[in-house]
Design a protein around this ligand. Structure first.
Ligand SMILES: Cc1cc2nc3c(=O)[nH]c(=O)nc-3n(C[C@H](O)[C@H](O)[C@H](O)COP(=O)(O)OP(=O)(O)OC[C@H]3O[C@@H](n4cnc5c(N)ncnc54)[C@H](O)[C@@H]3O)c2cc1C
Length: 431
């Protein structure tokens, strides 16, 4: 057995790792080693990708492109292909993923199973909106083909299905046309959430990407709003594909209550000074955190949580203000805090997280009971606003809140594969 942790590094727990690298043989391997769970790049923060003391079927060996149509932008690939591979091969040909999360180091299967969203939600919806077809392997060694027009219920259960309906072997994705790798970006400082919402609402029509960094230590919420859209540019060198790696885990979290306010103030002032318009390559704009690999070690051996909520439009300002006020009072949090409005559509999956409203994502060093008590207070705000938490980021939400946030859960349960289980499914669904 090998000790495995997810991105939050809260625990390292033993797993039996079974690689899948040949999709013709995958059925036999999966049925022989069930029960288990598919594991992509382990970029989920909590326990959705873990199955402690059980089996993980690792999918990164299923990394082949199968076909691509240059006229329509339809790509068929294996589920272990990383989003970075797609972007780097197809952007130079004028095609890009319409939706990608804040890191491109995730697999297609992982992106589908969490129905991930990006900065483009208000224009493009979530990842599942661009999945045209799936090949799903059930652990009884049975293959199922599904898509929005064929077996749509299986497709809707598998999009955002947390890996619990089967192992995705291949997917057909619709890419979008882009003029090149460049993004026209504008950054604008703001003070107060009403300023943020005014900027977000005003940007939706003309900007493909919107997102804000927020200073969660400040008593009056302030931050930097970023908006971008693909553009044409010449005479710019391609950026070197270079990133640093944090190879060492400090004995304690480097993000501490004492330094957070100072750190955030410095970052805010620096960004305010740099505010304005510029043209940047899509990689640093869409995936700034990929510049430092293994940055999650910065929180030390106890790891960290991410708390990501969504609340509906009518509650968006009151709930966001209440959560940020509580976080600021607590002195907890980190420099990584993101606020983004979702467009007026829900994800296509039965358990999709994206829906109309606003999503707030905050990282917290694991400070034990103190951090968990803060989360209970934030849960109460999310619950009374009729919101939900994101399973891809979660390691502790109460079952009640999960059931409230995902009203199609009972319908979803009918599509579960009895040979698949995860730490999250046992915690939140009982098996
Ligand atoms: C720096 C960073 C930024 C992020 N930003 C965002 C963001 O902006 N938006 C967002 O939505 N998410 C974001 N995430 C979360 C990340 O996109 C998701 O957790 C994603 O699902 C991880 O993909 P993975 O390949 O690592 O899958 P894993 O984490 O290994 O697995 C995730 C789930 O997918 C299932 N799965 C994996 N492969 C398959 C398969 N072939 N068949 C069936 N099920 C499968 C697993 O069983 C598990 O349930 C971010 C993560 C990081 C580390």
């Amino acid at each position: 057995m090998v000790n495995v942790s997810s991105w939050g590094r809260l625990e390292r727990l033993p797993h039996t790792m079974v690689p899948l690298d040949d999709r013709q043989r995958a059925g036999r391997i999966v049925s022989r080693h069930a029960p288990g769970l598919a594991y992509g790049m382990g970029r989920s923060y909590g326990d959705v990708c873990l199955n402690p003391r059980g089996t993980l079927w690792t999918t990164t060996g299923l990394d082949r492109f199968i076909s691509f149509d240059d006229d329509t932008g339809r790509l068929v690939c294996e589920a272990g292909v990383r989003l970075r591979d797609i972007q780097r091969v197809f952007v130079p040909r004028g095609w890009m993923l319409p939706v990608s999360p804040g890191t491109q180091l995730v697999t297609v299967g992982g992106a589908i199973a969490n129905d991930v969203h990006g900065k483009s939600h208000h224009r493009q919806g979530s990842f599942g909106d661009h999945v045209r077809h799936l090949t799903l392997l059930r652990t009884a060694d049975e293959i199922l083909q599904c898509g929005p027009g064929h077996e749509p219920d299986w497709w809707a259960a598998t999009i955002g299905g947390l890996g619990l309906t089967g192992v995705i072997l291949t997917a057909e994705l619709q890419l979008m046309r882009v003029p090149g790798p460049w993004i026209d970006v504008e950054t604008l400082p703001f003070a107060g959430t009403s300023d943020f919402f005014a900027l977000a609402d005003a940007s939706e029509a003309d900007w493909d990407h919107t997102v804000a960094w927020i200073d969660c230590a400040s008593r009056i919420p302030r931050g930097i709003f970023m908006r971008g859209r693909p553009t044409v540019s010449t005479h710019r060198p391609e950026p070197a594909a270079r990133s640093l790696t944090m190879r060492w885990t400090p004995p304690v979290s480097l993000i501490r209550r004492s330094s957070l306010r100072l750190f955030n103030t410095g970052y805010f002032e620096w960004q305010r000074w740099r505010a304005g318009r510029r043209i940047v390559h899509y990689e640093p704009f869409l995936y700034p955190l990929d510049n430092v690999l293994e940055w999650n070690r910065v929180y030390g051996p106890r790891g960290f949580y991410q708390y990501q909520s969504v609340v509906p439009p009518r509650e968006r300002q009151a709930a966001t203000d209440a959560m940020l006020a509580d976080v600021a009072r607590s002195g907890e949090g980190s420099v990584l805090a993101v606020l983004k409005t979702f467009g007026n559509r829900s994800g296509p999956g039965m358990l999709s997280f994206p829906r109309p409203g606003v999503t707030l994502a905050l990282d917290f060093p694991n400070d034990g009971a103190r951090t968990l008590r803060l989360f209970e207070r934030l849960d109460a705000i999310v619950e009374s606003a009729g919101g939900a938490l994101y399973p891809a980021k979660d390691a502790r939400m109460p079952r009640r809140l999960f059931e409230q946030g995902y009203p199609r859960l009972t319908e979803f349960q009918r599509f579960r594969d009895p040979g698949i289980t995860s730490a999250l499914s046992r915690r939140l669904m009982g098996s």
